[in-house]
Design a protein around this ligand. Structure first.
Ligand code: UTP
Length: 235
């Protein structure tokens, strides 16, 4: 079976705790997992940002704010693992080795953050390398990688296909502070370059788009490959 690692942005799964997409994603992930091995790394979302801004207001440093963000990602991951029921390993992995070991069960492996000064995109990129994934997918709230931030630069255009080196150029100047929000963090970009594993970035607001991408190879987004060449097929 093909192996796919998903970085499921907190902004997608938990824009807020009340308006979450956990049930919708649980259904889609269970269906996909009948045809491929899935690893899901869950982000912090709106709640992580609220905690991090409370931490800043009381004067906590970025390293401790990151630790708080990690705790929120693990709570989010626990909700998703619970919703997946029997289809997933019930315990959320707290490091890469535990996630790798959990893969032996054949069930969906779910995890959150693990270490400060990165985001769950980096966790997912390292996990992809560790398990020898065929593809990593970043499910986020923009529909791909742009030449600049499309929210602030009207001249920004989406890149449908790019090399890992081009990705590094684009994300190289982004900040690493707790709660920072770029399409993919620099650590994840560097690991993507190192591993050579293709990275697909798509808008995750509609979970069915993930199903269509993985099962039918149809998507609208950005594909990062080692050389910037389009592969014959996605999986
Ligand atoms: P993420 O940045 O990964 O979640 O983690 P997100 O912002 O919800 O994901 P996207 O943007 O939608 O894709 C939230 C915060 O938790 C800390 C960081 O402060 C991060 O900004 N964190 C997370 C870590 O320090 N280390 C980790 O391994 C994961």
């Amino acid at each position: 079976m093909k192996k796919v690692v998903l970085s499921l942005g907190g902004s997608i799964l938990f824009p807020t705790l009340e308006e979450n997409r956990v049930s919708a994603y649980a259904g889609v992930l269970s269906r996909i997992s009948r045809q491929m091995r899935l690893f899901v790394v869950v982000g912090g979302g709106g709640e992580a940002r609220r905690y991090i801004s409370a931490a800043r207001e009381i004067g906590l440093d970025d390293a401790l704010s990151d630790e708080i963000g990690i705790l929120v990602t693990r709570m989010n991951a626990t909700l998703l693992a619970g919703a997946l029921g029997d289809a997933a390993v019930p315990a959320v992995a707290e490091n890469q080795t535990d996630a790798y070991a959990a893969a032996g069960t054949g069930k969906i492996v779910v995890m959150g953050g693990i270490t400060p000064a990165q985001t769950t995109d980096a966790v997912a990129a390292v996990l992809a390398e560790r398990v020898g994934a065929d593809l990593m997918v970043n499910l986020t709230s923009v529909d791909g990688i742009y030449t600049a931030d499309p929210k602030t630069d009207p001249a920004a255009r989406r890149l449908d296909l790019l090399s890992a080196d081009r990705l590094l150029e684009i994300v190289g100047s982004a900040s690493l502070s707790a709660g920072s929000n770029t399409v993919i963090d620099i650590v994840a970009a560097k690991v993507t370059k190192r591993s050579g594993i293709p990275l697909l970035v798509i808008d995750g607001r509609n979970p069915e788009h993930l199903e269509e991408a993985l099962l039918a190879g149809r998507y609208s987004g950005s594909l990062v490959t080692d050389t910037g060449q389009k592969p014959a097929r996605l999986l």
